[in-house]
Design a protein. Structure first.
Length: 653
């Protein structure tokens, strides 16, 4: 009897210790109220709280996190072509990673619209379960799922309670589903590896080494030595959030260790009863709630992208209980990277997210629908270029090296093993150099964080050329549609024998595109040349003018850089990058196309070409054989039809 009473006391105290909040609340200034609207809390307009979106003309100081660029065009496309309603798309956070938003440190955010109609991201009927390796999941190209399990849209956002690393880290999730009747069960699963789903083969790849996942590892004292995969499971009744459970992937023997930062709950589920690896439940060490959540209590605005229902209709509002929202205090549950491994305030406890629905409350219930996996916290890596990539006739000159994709919240520092840095801009995004050499930028996402990325530029010199003297009074270029208008002015024309206009897409290797003969006169004359760039596929186009004089001497102008408009009919993400062996390309294309990837060395020689067919929508391509490549940076050109993207591939060991 005493044993039973002791067990009952522990059970009751545990319920009190971790009692949860299922009423509307604001956490880290973000509304967890079953609504999408900033400055609007639980059916009442107010000023101050942030949220996913902001309804136009709504007053207040609260801000929104999801980039809404192109929302009107998407809705117009839905009206003009109903087939577009079945195509997924995503939007990232409207602020750079680690920006301050209403004095809260925002890490990342994403909104994803799932497939509609012919849904090709569903689990096959049968035994697909959470504890299995993703290698064993079966996903047919098209299969219906119950309405209450069908995911329409998905949201994730991570921010801190304040501006510093000591402030609690919160994760917010949201889902809209088709049917609001009955209980609904969902999993937000976070991976350490670059897991991806390949639609043509209907298989998952890139999963972890420990039975398809990455296990958490501990030392004898319970300190975390290696973080692994995480899963949050949420259960909703018709009108409320019932529970959220946190689990981590471990070797079953880890349950004998007393971990630092959280406690075991006693649950453990792998692929079967005798599994060595599985998901173990965890809970906070301290009293108090670590999650909140609820559904929309009445009809609610569905956001600037509207909502596409399973029947392909477009509606502006959620029906009651169609949108579910929750928040999790990652710091309290012991999953804050600041307290995990060495206190990196710019770290994340996961890299990719997969959202799934289940058939019942059991963690081992049959899986139904899924969205992803998708990248999370993938801030732009520093990309630098020099306006003068080499010095003519001397190893000394003046060139500006600039970070092309600077993030205001990042910190950039510069170094050189053999060059000369004469000046650094106040914001650290540009340096002026005065000698040939190698220049390196190091990027930290904010002060005090670990190194996030580096990039390198080499300034060379050509001993057999000289810069044009002052008789070249100007060389300039302007973009007009698909034409580049280049102009220059020359004095003492009788000394010049020929003009040669040269173009480059990498700033290093140039090709002659036009030549002409100057007029022989002592007067100052203007010259012009047009270049059609409709078939030139590059992020930047570089021009220089070569003047050959009557004695045969060659002299170059400074370089003019033109940035053409970016074509975004296709979207390509390369990962992992840096790469060790296998490269994966996640491609979104509005139609089926042939995609070609050309890889060059720094001398401009094409060293490898991959050609693949991509289907309409999302595809993942795998390219291997990089294990024997020399370490370094390789320019990449990705071509699909008449579109082109330029990237850089980094090989490391």
């Amino acid at each position: 009897m005493k044993t039973f009473l002791l067990f009952l006391t522990i059970l009751i105290s545990t319920g009190i210790l971790h009692a949860q909040i299922t009423t509307p609340i604001i956490k880290a200034n973000f509304g967890v109220d079953g609504e999408l609207r900033a400055n609007y809390f639980y059916n009442f307009q107010q000023s101050g709280n942030d949220d996913w979106f902001r309804l136009p003309a709504t007053p207040g100081s609260g801000d929104f996190v999801i980039d809404t660029t192109g929302a009107a065009a998407i809705l117009a496309g839905y009206n003009a072509n109903p087939a577009l309603r079945q195509i997924p798309f995503y939007r990232k956070m409207r602020y750079p990673a680690y920006s301050l938003m209403n004095n809260k440190r925002v890490v990342d955010a994403v909104f994803i619209r799932d497939y509609h109609g012919d849904d090709s991201t569903v689990f096959a009927s049968g035994a697909n379960k959470n504890g299995m390796s993703p290698a064993m999941w079966s996903c047919p190209m098209s299969q219906s799922v119950p309405d209450k399990n069908e995911i329409l849209d998905m949201f994730v956002h991570v921010r801190r309670e304040g501006p510093i690393a000591a402030d609690s880290l919160w994760m917010f999730g949201g889902l809209s589903i088709e049917n609001t009747t009955g209980n609904r069960y969902f999993d937000f699963e976070m991976y350490q590896t670059d897991i991806y789903y390949d639609r043509p083969s209907q298989r998952f790849y890139g999963y972890g080494p420990d039975a398809g996942h990455t296990r958490w590892q501990f030392d004898a004292a319970g300190n975390i030595t290696v973080p692994g995969d995480i899963i949050f499971t949420a259960e909703y009744s018709t009108s409320a959030l019932n529970t959220v459970e946190a689990r981590i992937w471990v070797d079953k023997s880890a349950l004998l260790i007393d971990p630092q930062g959280f406690d075991w709950t006693g649950s453990f589920d792998g692929a079967n009863n005798g599994s060595q690896y599985g998901y173990a439940g965890i809970q906070p060490e301290t009293a108090g709630a670590f999650y909140t959540g609820l559904t929309n209590p009445s009809a609610a605005w569905a956001g600037p992208f509207a909502l596409v229902r399973t029947d392909n209709s477009v509606v502006t509002n959620y029906t009651t209980n169609q949108f579910m929202e929750f928040s999790i205090n990652l710091t309290k549950i012991g999953l804050d990277p600041v307290t995990l491994l060495g206190g990196n305030s710019c770290g994340m406890p996961f890299r990719r997210i997969l959202v799934k629905s289940r058939s019942s409350t059991s963690f081992t219930a049959e899986l139904k629908d899924f969205v992803g996996p998708f990248d999370f916290f993938l801030a732009p890596r520093a990309d630098i270029s020099a306006n003068i990539p080499f010095f003519c006739g001397s190893s000394f000159g003046v060139s500006d090296i600039t970070v092309n994709n600077a993030i205001a919240t990042s910190v950039y520092t510069w170094s050189t093993p053999n060059g000369t840095i004469a000046n650094t801009s106040a914001d650290g995004t540009r340096i002026t150099v005065t000698s040939a050499g190698t220049y390196i930028v190091t990027q930290r996402l904010q002060a005090g964080c670990s190194v996030y990325a580096t990039d390198t530029v080499t300034i060379g010199f050509d001993a057999f050329c000289t810069l044009l003297p002052k008789n070249l009074l100007g060389f300039d270029g302007q973009l007009s549609g698909e034409q580049v208008n280049l102009q220059w002015r020359l004095a003492t024309n009788h000394d010049a024998r020929q003009f040669t206009l040269e173009r480059s897409t990498d700033g290093i290797h140039y090709t002659a595109i036009a030549s002409s003969t100057p007029n022989s006169t002592d007067k100052i004359l203007d010259y012009a040349q047009q270049d059609n760039i409709s078939n030139v596929l590059a992020n930047n186009i570089y021009y220089r003018l070569l003047v050959t004089d009557i004695n045969g001497a060659k002299k170059y102008s400074e370089v003019v850089t033109i940035t053409p408009p970016v074509h975004k009919l296709i979207a390509v993400a390369m990962y992992p990058n840096p790469v060790h062996d296998k490269l994966q390309l996640q491609v979104f294309s509005p139609t089926g196309k042939t995609l070609q990837l050309d890889i060059y060395d720094l001398a401009g020689k094409k060293i490898k070409t991959f050609t693949r067919q991509v289907a309409k929508g999302n595809s993942v391509l795998v390219m291997d054989g990089f294990s024997n490549w020399a370490t370094g940076v390789y320019p990449v050109k990705i071509t699909a039809g008449n579109e082109c993207l330029a990237e850089r591939l980094v090989i490391t060991r």
